[in-house]
Design a protein around this ligand. Structure first.
Ligand SMILES: NC(=O)c1ccc[n+]([C@@H]2O[C@H](COP(=O)([O-])OP(=O)(O)OC[C@H]3O[C@@H](n4cnc5c(N)ncnc54)[C@H](OP(=O)(O)O)[C@@H]3O)[C@@H](O)[C@H]2O)c1
Length: 277
């Protein structure tokens, strides 16, 4: 089994990968932001030389989509120069790199789910910096996997927890109904990523739970499964303008990627396993 070095191990996805990889028999060096700053080229080189992994999985990112609009330099450092550093050093040391990216590399104008071969056209700083990270990875190393996901929730700050907190405080909630995603349980994404590493076919993957919904439909299902009695009202996103634009269609096609279970089943499992309610 390959030895895996995991960066960003304290995040939603990182926590799941840090738990799952040893269960699947992999030797894992899991490093959080405090232990490995991906922006620090010298630190990354030392860590990779010390631990000599066969595969590096980069789950580190600056994921505050609105924050990226005002902190573009930080976003570029973490989301683009971080994977640039990893890719360059992985290439030098001869190890594989799996980098995690996002559906926000697309503009959301398509009328069908985005295929891996569709041309990205990001509409936010977050999306642009993530795309720059993907491009560095593809250009600087031959042994790359890029895994795009969408609407990830796990342990940490996410839509499911926000809805449940707000649902406990209010009788009526307005949620946007004109933006579509495939909500994805971080534990399922971690399973998919481990499958990709084990499959050893380099390239681009789209890994999300299957099916899709609007944020409004997602919220309705969260409250229904959690048994919370709150009225959810569908509204256009324009009613709540945010600093960063989001793609209206954020749904990814899993063409060529392992299929993950339906998002409803995954959500039910999440609410039960993580005891969120
Ligand atoms: N969340 C989503 O909806 C979503 C959707 C599609 C794709 N993705 C992608 O999936 C991946 C994992 O996302 P996630 O939801 O697990 O995000 P997350 O919970 O925000 O985790 C990201 C982790 O990276 C850490 N980090 C930030 N800057 C770093 C640096 N310079 N060096 C090392 N670590 C650093 C963060 O630490 P701090 O929290 O201490 O800053 C955090 O622990 C990311 O590539 C993200 O772009 C996420």
């Amino acid at each position: 089994m390959p030895k895996v070095l995991l960066s960003g191990s304290g995040g939603q996805l990182g926590l799941c990968l840090a738990e799952l990889l040893p269960r699947r028999g992999h030797e894992v060096v899991a490093l959080s932001k405090g232990e490995l700053d991906v922006v620090d080229f010298g630190g990354v080189r030392l860590a990779l030389e010390d631990h000599a992994p066969d595969v590096v999985v980069n789950a580190a990112a600056y994921t505050n989509v609105d924050g990226c609009e005002t902190e573009a330099e930080l976003a570029y450092r973490v989301n683009a120069l971080g994977p640039r550093n990893l890719a360059q050093i992985c290439e030098d040391l001869g190890c594989d790199l799996l980098h995690v990216s996002t559906n926000y590399v697309f503009d959301g104008e398509s009328t069908r789910p985005y295929e891996p071969f569709d041309t990205p056209n990001p509409i936010s700083v977050y999306g642009r910096t993530k795309l720059a990270g993907e491009e560095y990875v593809r250009q600087l190393t031959n042994r790359w996997y890029v895994v795009r996901s969408a609407g990830v929730y796990g342990r940490g700050h996410n839509f499911v927890r926000t809805m449940l907190r707000q649902g406990a405080e209010r009788d009526v909630l307005k949620v946007k109904d004109d933006e579509f995603i495939s909500p994805t349980y971080a534990a399922d994404l971690a399973e998919g990523i481990v499958g990709v590493i084990e499959g050893r076919h380099y390239g681009l993957y789209h890994l999300t739970n299957s099916g899709s919904c609007s944020w409004y439909e997602f919220a309705k299902e969260i409250f229904s499964l959690a048994g919370v009695d709150v009225e959810v009202v569908p509204v256009p996103g324009s009613e709540y303008p945010l600093p960063a634009a989001r793609p209206a269609n954020g749904v990814l096609s899993a063409l060529g990627s392992p299929e993950l279970r339906h998002w409803r089943e995954a959500l039910e499992d999440y609410l039960r396993r993580e005891k969120v309610t």
